[in-house]
Design a protein around this ligand. Structure first.
Ligand code: ATP
Length: 303
């Protein structure tokens, strides 16, 4: 059984078909990222999984339960970390974590959770004195204190500075290490690429792609790009056919190719034969972001 199973899910708000026949699975122990432009239906789908919204049609199973009927038993097994949970600003970090801990039967020690999210030196600080990034850590601590099997993270690094983002990524890696299943939403492709075992891309209420970041990268319509620089004195006219069109950008030459291995083989063979060292040589493959942009722009939507 997968941690989350969704089959042909629909949610209609009046004239808006916010979720229009979505199916996907989240395997136990994996980090799954849901991507999609504003209004794609991500929040609606996730809130249905969390049991906060009723679906119009379809089958949904979360840890083996229907979230509409799972009730308290299911709520105790999942953790939800929202973008901005409102809580009493006069509590200290430790008081608030202790309060939330009281809601759960299976739970972690207050100080352990505070350490886990890196707020050890703030345990006695009032919530109102925390920075934005520290509040998000507190959000995570509150989501973790019930020792959930499955954690929902809503845009976990929105508004973070680069180092706070790295630390948040480390925390998600740590959750994976603890065997938790994580479903997160994000607008950052690098985040999905770095963290997610698999991603699902939603566009206009539909799931247009599901797979590992590498699999989705492999759906690219763009070619890979081999970039190199000729050594001083080398004659460009002696270059072999590199298997794709070559353009010159300043001192660098770029070859677009669907077969970067072949291009590299010919190029490096040419250089080695002449005893030359190429001062610059890189291969870039289309990123998840390139493919994402293909998928979410109207010509790229395949329904
Ligand atoms: P974002 O990235 O901006 O958070 P999202 O992918 O989470 O977007 P949703 O919030 O699920 O998108 O919204 C999907 C669609 O459903 C949008 O067109 C939105 O306007 C509509 N919608 C969401 N909630 C309601 C509601 N309570 N009543 C009516 N329409 C709604």
């Amino acid at each position: 059984m997968d941690a989350i199973e969704v089959d042909d899910l629909h949610k209609v708000y009046g004239a808006v078909h916010a979720v229009d026949g979505v199916s996907f699975r989240v395997r136990t122990g994996e980090v799954f990222a849901l991507l999609g432009p504003n209004g794609a239906g991500k929040t609606t789908a996730v809130e249905i999984l969390e049991g906060h919204r009723r679906r119009t049609a379809g089958r949904v199973s979360v840890l083996g339960c229907d979230p509409e009927r799972g009730g308290r038993d299911l709520r105790e097994r999942i953790g939800i970390v929202l973008q901005s949970a409102g809580f009493d600003e006069d509590f200290s970090v430790r008081e608030l974590v202790r309060l939330y801990r009281g809601f759960y039967p299976r739970r972690l020690a207050v100080d352990d959770v505070i350490e886990l999210v890196g707020l050890g030196d703030k345990r006695d600080a009032r919530v109102k004195t925390l920075s934005g990034g520290q509040r998000r850590r507190l959000d995570l601590a509150l989501g973790l204190v019930g020792d959930p099997e499955l954690l929902f993270l809503d845009e976990p690094t929105t508004g973070f500075d680069p180092s706070a983002r790295r630390r948040a990524w480390d925390m998600v890696e740590m959750l994976r290490g603890l065997g938790k299943t994580v479903l997160l939403t994000t607008h950052y492709m690098d985040e999905a690429q770095h963290l997610a075992d698999r991603v699902g891309v939603m566009v206009a209420g539909r799931m247009v792609a599901v797979g590992s970041p590498a699999e989705i990268g492999g759906m690219a319509r763009q070619a890979s790009v081999v970039t190199f620089r000729l050594p001083a004195g080398a004659d460009p006219a002696s270059l072999p056919d590199l298997g794709g069109p070559m353009v010159t950008e300043g001192l660098e030459r770029q070859v677009r190719t669907a077969e970067p291995t072949l291009t590299l083989h010919r190029l490096t063979g040419w250089a080695v034969e002449r005893g030359l060292e190429l001062p610059v040589l890189t291969v870039t493959h289309p990123s998840l972001e390139d493919v994402y942009l293909d998928l979410v722009t109207p010509t790229g939507v395949s329904s």
